[in-house]
Design a protein around this ligand. Structure first.
Ligand code: 5GP
Length: 116
């Protein structure tokens, strides 16, 4: 049996690779996107990599999804004026490149790009 490689985000959670971590709870972590598409661009990631898409997370653990949304609001309050977009890319054809569910918290004018 081949062990599955941990996702890049699991490696950030494990502190195996560096990231600019801005907040963390028992279940969630938030760090700045390495290629920001807006003045504030922070990723909010459940620590479990059990779920790939937001719909999978919603079906399996709606409380964790609600926790994620409230955590995103707190981050927008702290790093912006409380206004934010919450983007979940679901599936490769929608631009998802990391298959460990995560939300993009974006505030300020978006750069031209795939999130815009
Ligand atoms: P997706 O395209 O899957 O919705 O979003 C993945 C995001 O993760 C992208 O915006 C990408 O810039 C970001 N990302 C990929 N690898 C790393 C990394 O090693 N560190 C950080 N901080 N962000 C990353």
């Amino acid at each position: 049996m081949t062990a599955t490689e941990p996702s890049i985000f699991s490696r950030i959670i494990a502190r195996e690779i560096p990231a600019d971590i801005v907040a963390e709870t028992d279940h969630l972590i938030a760090f700045r996107d390495i290629a920001p598409q807006a003045p504030v661009h922070i990723l909010v990631v459940p620590k479990t990599e059990e779920y790939v898409t937001v719909a999978e997370l919603a079906a399996a653990d709606p409380e964790l999804l609600a926790e994620l949304v409230l955590f995103a609001q707190n981050i927008a309050n702290e790093h912006a004026d409380g206004s934010f977009r919450l983007v979940f890319n679901s599936g490769a054809n929608a631009g998802q490149t990391v298959f460990h569910v995560h939300a993009h918290v974006l505030s300020g004018k978006l750069e031209e790009g795939r999130l815009g």
